[in-house]
Design a binder for this molecule. Structure first.
Ligand code: FES
Length: 202
């Protein structure tokens, strides 16, 4: 027969909440210590509270205090005052928080800051106004409220590094992870094509 306590914690006596709490902390601990390959006892250690980590951002090493739950976006915005990447969607589906990590575009609000230790991170602040992509966005008036623009600029920068001669169709496909609520796509695509024609990607 099931006891009231078992009902509260599941038949195994182990609550779902406790499991999620433990697994999240263990994942953060794993990420901080460098990922797989840890000794079993290290993997099960729990990290809580503030911890200082070093992030490689825009070519410089930055010390930043984070909690295990701190996202890269939060570390950038609130720890390093780099506010280009935007918290538009909680799950990263808007692309507004896009930065480049290890050469690939990532939604910085979908990764834990601790997972990013030792990986080169590039934010929109590293691009100067007269470099290829930002300049093309200005030239083509590819922004209205501008909230999505930093994410787009970083997504375009990463995309063109891989596809410097992209066609319009490839550009549309390649940028489908970024959304613009003002609907400036009709200007964004020509801006990217300008960069392709100019042979630079900012
Ligand atoms: S310019 Fe406003 S959301 Fe894109």
């Amino acid at each position: 027969m099931t006891t009231p306590e078992q009902l509260a914690h599941g038949k195994s006596g182990f609550s779902r909440r406790a499991f999620l709490k433990g697994s999240g902390a263990a994942a953060a601990a794993t990420a901080m210590a460098g990922g797989p390959g840890l000794a079993a006892e290290e993997e099960s250690s729990v990290i809580s509270g503030m911890t200082t980590i070093t992030l490689d951002v825009n070519g410089k090493q930055h010390k930043v205090e984070v909690e295990p739950r701190t996202t890269l976006l939060e570390a950038l915005r609130y720890g390093l005052n780099l506010t280009g990447a935007k918290p538009i969607s909680v799950d990263g589906s808007s692309g507004g928080s896009t930065v480049i990590m290890d050469g690939k575009p990532v939604s910085s609000n979908s990764v834990l800051a601790m997972e990013c230790v030792g990986k080169p991170i590039q934010t929109v602040e590293s691009l100067t106004g007269d470099s290829g992509v930002p300049h093309a966005f200005v030239d083509q008036d590819a922004s209205q409220c501008g909230f999505c623009t930093p994410g787009f600029v970083m997504a375009v920068t990463a995309f063109l590094k891989k596809h410097p001669n992209a066609t319009e169709e490839q550009i549309r496909d390649g940028l489908n992870g970024n959304l613009c609520r003002c609907g400036t796509y009709a200007n964004i695509i020509p801006a990217v094509l300008d960069v392709v024609k100019g042979g630079g990607n900012g």
